[in-house]
Design a protein around this ligand. Structure first.
Ligand SMILES: NC(=O)c1ccc[n+]([C@@H]2O[C@H](COP(=O)([O-])OP(=O)(O)OC[C@H]3O[C@@H](n4cnc5c(N)ncnc54)[C@H](OP(=O)(O)O)[C@@H]3O)[C@@H](O)[C@H]2O)c1
Length: 300
């Protein structure tokens, strides 16, 4: 099934989300028409969730998407918007920043959301994620900001990204958190091993996975681990009769936490074929063949 509730009382999102971090790397440009073409492809494929962050595209990606939404307002009801706040980049778009840092005081969170709403040309955000944990995050202050944003109708649901289990558990005592957006791919297994996937199972939410294709490293392998994995996945892609990217998505999707995957591709054909991954059912030994190829040895 393409759409599911991300947690028992959370928003319904599609199992694939289109990521907008690299919208300006699209060879076809980032015009409203080009973004519409990609969103149309998503909707035809059943993908309804759009993943943003205030900082993407040097703070300009949300605005590019907003231009598309402004020109096509009827799309707002057909999609869910996820965006993030908390990272403050050194950028000519933010001249007051003198060092890269994180900010979770109420003033910053609320101002960041206001900017996202204006840039995205929307009245509310479906899911707001706190982008990275900060040693200076005060959960009481953050929860006040969340309550106000919810009461004002500006944000429907909250979650986090890149939080450890203990950071998630701490914050969830103050704010109703519906997901943790984390890095995962056959080339990056850390969160399978350090408790982040366990946290999702324990709390019965689905994690959102970023860089599922390790930023394209499967397609130009350089390290031994990459070559081993590409060899194994190429063999399996023949058996499962699908392209490498689809096979990798399906390997991740088959985890019991029922993850959501964030697509990083800007290619229409690759967006279209991604959903084939939902149809693949993994043989457990094949699943472990990929794991084994990644860690470079038999499981203990
Ligand atoms: N929460 C966080 O901290 C965080 C961090 C990073 C990213 N994210 C989110 O996750 C999204 C995805 O991340 P990502 O961009 O790193 O995703 P990714 O899927 O790991 O990498 C995308 C890259 O792989 C290439 N690619 C895809 N399929 C390919 C194929 N069949 N052959 C060759 N190259 C291929 C794409 O190029 P083409 O465009 O040419 O297909 C693109 O350059 C982002 O847009 C963002 O929304 C979140």
């Amino acid at each position: 099934m393409m759409r599911q509730k991300i947690s028992s009382n959370g928003p319904t999102l599609s199992r694939f989300a289109l990521g907008h971090m690299t919208v300006f790397e699209d060879e076809m440009g980032a015009s409203a028409d080009r973004i519409k073409e990609k969103v149309d492809t998503c909707l035809e494929t059943g993908i309804t969730t759009m993943d943003h962050a205030d900082i993407y595209g040097n703070y300009l990606a949300e605005e590019a998407f907003g231009k598309f939404l402004k020109a096509n307002p009827s799309y707002r009801d057909q999609i869910e918007i996820v965006t993030k706040c908390g990272i403050c980049l050194l950028s000519d778009e933010r001249p007051s920043h003198t060092i890269k840092h994180y900010r979770y005081d109420k003033t910053h969170i609320k101002a960041s959301v206001e900017k996202s709403l204006t840039n995205l040309a929307t009245e509310n955000i479906d899911l707001l994620l706190f982008h990275r944990p900060s040693p200076m995050l005060d959960p009481l202050i953050l929860s006040q900001a969340c309550e106000e944003l919810k009461a004002e109708g500006k944000v429907n649901f909250f979650g986090v990204s890149n939080f450890t289990s203990s950071q998630f558990n701490m914050l969830s005592k103050f704010v109703d958190l519906h997901t943790n957006q984390i890095q995962a791919s056959p080339l990056y297994l850390d969160h399978f091993l350090n408790g982040e996937f366990d946290l999702a199972l324990e709390n019965q939410f689905s994690p959102m996975l970023w860089s599922p294709l390790a930023r394209g490293r499967f397609f130009k392998p350089q390290t031994e681990q990459e070559s081993r994995l590409v060899g194994c996945l190429t063999d399996l892609s023949k058996k499962y009769d699908c392209p490498l990217d689809v096979l990798i998505y399906s390997w991740l999707l088959s985890h019991p936490s029922k993850p959501h995957i964030i697509l990083g591709t800007n290619k229409i054909e690759r967006i279209k074929s991604s959903s084939l991954a939902l149809k693949i059912s993994w043989d457990i030994q094949d699943w472990f063949a990929v794991w084994t190829a990644s860690i470079g040895q038999e499981v203990p």
